[in-house]
Design a protein around this ligand. Structure first.
Ligand code: KDG
Ligand code: MG
Length: 402
């Protein structure tokens, strides 16, 4: 089966998405997500100018060889743009292969390892009382695991907390907006949130929290220690992890489980973390870490070291990424949890999908392929809108991690 055409579709049904569509001489088509939040057009160019011309005429079944061709063959390995483009091709080809086999993708990946994919939703509130209300709402929706984020007194705006509830859309302006950050205020407030959550709801539900790369290792160690009584499922992105060795500090001080990796692109970004047992969950996403092919490699390494998966699933992972992730989640032995920040109705309409949510679990569905399609006519009604992620400054104006 030969690849006859490939095209990039950019659409903004509430937020920007970049989708690769690959066509074959047997009439089968495949879709892959290539969205990099705030840098969408860089991936469009990478695909259109450098990848698509090399795909035409290739064997659509040769997934591993194509992956190696795009990774080794580029000479310039790794990086979010290269790996998102590679991922889009990889996922589109897995979609095609599974359609050719007339099977849902998870069957090609070894079949089900579990009955469903446990997911977590986002409870966020301006203050502790509002966050508690949101946690209650997710419990009512059947969630078994809930991420809790809360405004901090004295900080005007904070990562994860907005007026929107089921979806959170941080890329809010063409030129990045700026927010202010205070580590001391945050560190004093956060334990109060989890104290209130456990006091009100007990310990039955899994509770998670995202630090969004804001702390130094020793500050993160202090936070992990102070949250131990509340038994978090995970503490996410406590520090930026370009410096993987820094995670040793956190590990030496706390038994709060650590999750990291949503901005990682390859196995090399998490090799030290996994091999030295410095983390508990690896959060690499299908779209940003080289597709199903590379994510399975990361999961296999992680499995050797008792590290489980926890794929990134914010709104900027398109439904195509979410669909593919669910087949991966169902089929890897060391699955941990899947993030599920819902998409807007417009996004769901542009990307009809087979996956469903019920009672705390997601199912990828039984449609052949990954089960996500695109309504191109509808997509064309939502043109690209430049949107950048915010930046963050300390109270004295020093640029900090957002
Ligand atoms: O593009 C950035 C978002 O995906 C990110 O801010 C969301 O941290 C995030 C999460 O855990 O969902
Ligand atoms: Mg995160």
């Amino acid at each position: 089966m030969k690849i006859t055409a490939a095209r990039v579709i950019v659409t903004c049904p509430g937020r920007n998405f970049v989708t690769l569509k690959i066509e074959t001489d047997e009439g089968l088509i495949g879709l892959g997500d290539a969205t990099v939040n705030g840098r969408e057009l860089a991936v469009v160019s990478y695909l259109q100018d450098h990848v698509i011309p090399t795909l035409i005429g290739r064997d659509a079944h040769a997934i591993e060889d194509t992956w190696q061709y795009l990774y080794r063959g580029a000479y310039w390995r790794r990086g979010p743009i290269t790996m998102a483009a590679t991922s889009a091709v990889d996922v589109a080809l897995w979609d095609i292969k599974a359609k050719a086999a007339n099977m849902p993708l998870y069957q090609l990946l070894g079949g089900r390892c579990r009955t469903g994919v446990m997911c977590y939703g986002h409870a966020n509130g301006a203050d502790i009382a509002e966050t508690l209300d949101e946690v209650a709402r997710f419990i009512d929706m059947g969630y078994l695991a809930i991420r809790a984020q809360c405004g901090v007194p004295g900080i005007a705006s904070i990562y994860g907390v907005t007026k929107d509830k089921l979806f959170y859309e941080p890329a809010d302006a063409a030129i990045p907006t700026e927010s202010t950050w205070s580590t001391p205020k945050y560190l004093d407030h956060v334990p109060k949130l989890f104290d209130a959550i456990r006091a009100k709801f007990g310990f039955e539900k899994h509770i998670l929290h995202d630090v969004h790369h804001r702390l130094t290792p020793i500050e993160a160690a202090r936070l992990g220690k102070s949250l131990e009584p509340y038994r978090l499922f995970w503490l996410e992105d406590p520090t930026p992890a370009e410096n993987q060795e820094a995670l040793r500090w956190i590990r030496q001080h706390t038994v709060t489980p650590i999750a990291i990796g949503e901005v990682f692109n390859t196995i090399h970004d998490c090799r030290t973390l996994i091999q030295e047992g410095l983390i508990d969950y690896i959060r690499t996403a299908v779209v940003h870490a080289g597709g199903i092919t590379h994510l399975r490699r990361i999961a296999s390494l992680a499995d050797l070291h008792h590290v489980r998966t926890g794929c990134h699933g914010a709104t900027d992972m398109s439904p195509v990424c979410m669909g593919a992730a669910l087949h991966f989640d169902l089929s890897v032995p060391n699955f941990g949890i899947q993030e599920y920040m819902r998409h807007t109705t417009q996004t769901d309409e542009v990307f009809p999908h087979a996956y469903t949510y019920a009672d705390g679990y997601l199912q990828p569905g039984e449609a052949p392929g990954h089960g996500v399609t695109i309504d191109e006519e509808l997509a064309a009604r939502y043109p690209y809108r430049p949107s950048a992620l915010p930046v963050n400054r300390l109270e004295d104006g020093t640029l900090w991690n957002w």
